[in-house]
Write a protein that binds this ligand. Sequence first.
Ligand SMILES: Nc1ncnc2c1ncn2[C@@H]1O[C@H](COP(=O)(O)OP(=O)(O)OP(=O)(O)O)[C@@H](O)[C@H]1O
Length: 254
Amino acid sequence: MTDQATQPVLEISELYKSFGALKATDGVNLTLYPGEIHALIGPNGAGKSTLIRQISGEYPPDSGTIRFLGQDLAGLGVADRAQLGLGRTFQVSSLALEFSALRNVMLAVQAKSGSSFRFFKPVMKDRDLVDGAMKMLEKVGLQDRAHIPAAELSHGERRQLEIALALALKPKAFLLDEPMAGMGPEGSKTLTGFLGGLRDQAPILLVEHDMDAVFALADRISVLVYGRVVATGTVDEIRGNRIVREAYLGEETS
Ligand SMILES: Nc1ncnc2c1ncn2[C@@H]1O[C@H](COP(=O)(O)OP(=O)(O)OP(=O)(O)O)[C@@H](O)[C@H]1O
């Protein structure tokens, strides 16, 4: 849970980003503390993905600072930030679909350690690598599916595998952009249970439209509207917030 006395893992201060006349990020302040799931919600086009992309290093902000474990990330690219421990889930398309779940994780571990694909075969025999990759699969509940090609995994299982790949990089914080997208109710439930336990590995900044998942998981929620954080609070505080209910939850508040 959030302990405001500790230092934030991630601290975003006065962040601005425009695309032409459009202010996609308009003075955002946001923190992520150890052990917490901080959900970022808001209507389509509010700027959630743009914010995640600035944190991961894909977009440079116009101004403002992003500090990760006390370090200003300005000038660092995506790979540098990943090395520092910013774990972003891979897109489904980045899985090697013809390879088994286990091999996919092993490739991620190899990428982290810097070994090249030339050494792929000998490394396959490396017991430590296999055991380490297997451990990641156990953490996401895919140990029984280790030898199944990624192509044959269900949509939900692929999402779990993406998180196993992110785990292989030993992240100190997770950036998860709509992990529930495209999942049915059963899959969402399973993934919600799994993500709840993931916060013990590293805190999570979670962008998600599935409000059942957000209300079940979040320690804190920030609501983004037109690039601005209009409210930050606990689930109860956000549910009871008049501005949020009018601007986002679509409820009559009169
Ligand atoms: N590379 C870009 N160039 C120009 N405009 C962009 C770019 N990326 C995002 N935008 C615009 O910035 C605004 C915020 O988009 P963003 O994708 O961050 O919103 P979002 O909250 O993630 O939306 P959704 O919930 O639909 O994913 C939108 O108006 C979008 O069209």
